[in-house]
Write a protein that binds this ligand. Structure first.
Ligand code: PMP
Length: 411
């Protein structure tokens, strides 16, 4: 395996050369959205400058070229996930839309009154609110599984929650607050033994971990391009082809039809049945370029780098008084560190860090039930990616310590 040289990779990311409040930018908000390399931006510019037309419609050269670039991106995403066929890769705007697609289309087709689906207390709202929107009209029960005291999914609790009414387990792959990585293959086996399907929210894992939907034996996998060096506005749903083929359309309009009459329509085959209207062509092409970029570096190398940074940061942070950390021990976690400084609101912590040029997120991270279960109103969160360095972590910890000491002395 090649190892990452972040200083070499940084040359691909022009934004990392800028300053914030007179300090070099340290970008530790990658779990919210990663930065974009030149290769991705240039792929989109090349498309707009040289190939733009609508896709899947025209016989003219530009439309054929645009369609080829768009469909190549589908092949790249399929390869990225080790999917057996690109026919079951559906482009969406993001993970949120992909989750809504499954809940709306698969859920309305397959769930009946009295059925149960299982989520955890630590889901992103994108894996809770779509269920809330449908639960009442479908008459289904949403069961929730908690965490262990080690900030990991309670697998015993999950086993106990499964009944003969369980139709689907819908769960995160890497948690966006705790960094914990779920044992997806084990959860898939539990789901399938009960005759249920598994939907995986891959928003945080796909950018950092090698995902193999066949080895994981999942039924649905979702991702957001903007967290994996791609542009905003392009994400994907992968589903097992037989499952996807049995699902009705989500949105209706052009592109997704077979025949349209005044009073009814027939629908296209997969994946086009789920891509109504003109898609985000440039963004999808950008997502394809992001996949090429990540694969050229290697997902194993990216994950190793994330882990080294995380271990290094945790070793520095753990001994510090007055700094609380929320996340599991061990290597099976990604580069996400949620923390608080005793007595200081995380928004204030984020503001002080921003003054020093360091971008972190503060708030509830679209995970209000998790915040309640951790018994904290909010946290700050630092999250790393392939261009982050050990020196940046040194500076981050240094500013945190000074912030803690300043507030202790003055407030
Ligand atoms: N799930 C998880 C675990 C996430 O971290 C996020 C993004 N914060 C989402 C879903 C939603 O992603 P998007 O906003 O790109 O739809």
């Amino acid at each position: 395996m090649r190892h990452i040289d972040p200083n070499e990779l940084r040359k691909d990311f022009p934004i990392l050369d800028r300053t914030v409040h007179g300090n070099p930018l340290i970008y530790f908000d990658n779990a919210a959205s990663s930065q974009k390399p030149r290769q991705v931006v240039e792929a989109m510019v090349d498309y707009y400058y040289n190939h733009h037309a609508n896709v899947h419609r025209g016989a003219h050269t530009l439309s054929v070229e645009a369609t080829e670039l768009y469909e190549q991106a589908r092949k790249k995403v399929a390869r990225f996930l080790n999917a057996p066929t690109e026919r079951s890769v559906v482009f969406t705007r993001n993970t949120t839309e992909a989750m809504n697609l499954v809940v709306h289309s698969w859920g309305r087709e397959h769930l009946r009154s009295g059925d149960e689906i299982i989520v955890s207390v630590a889901e992103h709202h994108a894996n809770l609110v779509p269920w809330h929107l449908q639960a009442e009209s479908l008459g289904i029960t949403i069961k929730t599984v908690g965490l262990t005291d080690q900030y990991r999914l309670d697998l015993d609790g999950l086993e106990q929650a499964i009944t003969d009414r369980t139709r689907l387990i819908s769960i995160w792959h890497m948690n966006n607050v705790l960094g914990a990585i779920n044992p997806i293959r084990k959860i898939a086996d539990l789901a399938h033994a009960a005759g249920a399907l598994l939907l995986v929210d891959g928003a945080q894992a796909a950018p950092h971990v090698k995902v193999d939907v066949q080895a994981l034996d999942v039924d649905f996998y979702t991702l957001s391009g903007h967290k994996m060096c791609g542009p905003t506005g392009a994400g994907a749903l992968w589903a097992r082809a037989d499952v996807l083929a049995g699902m009705p359309p989500f949105l209706g309009g052009g592109e997704m039809i077979g025949k349209v009459y005044l009073d009814h329509s027939t629908y296209a085959d997969i994946p086009f049945r789920f891509e109504a209207g003109t898609p985000n062509i440039a963004e999808v092409i950008g997502l394809g370029a992001a996949v090429d970029y990540l694969e050229a570096i290697g997902l194993e190398a990216i994950f190793e780098h994330d882990q080294q940074l995380t271990r290094y940061a945790l070793e520095k942070l753990k001994p510090l008084d007055g700094i609380m950390l929320y996340g599991p021990e061990g290597d099976d976690r990604g580069g996400i560190i949620a923390f608080n400084i005793d007595g200081i609101h995380p928004h204030d912590v984020a503001s002080v860090l921003d003054e020093a040029g360091i971008a972190v997120r503060a708030g509830q991270h679209c995970a209000q039930p998790l915040m309640r279960s951790l018994n904290v109103p909010a946290t700050a969160r630092a999250s790393f990616y392939l261009y982050n360095t050990f020196e940046e972590i040194d500076r981050f910890v240094d500013v945190l310590v000074r912030t803690r000491d300043y507030f202790a002395a003055h407030v």
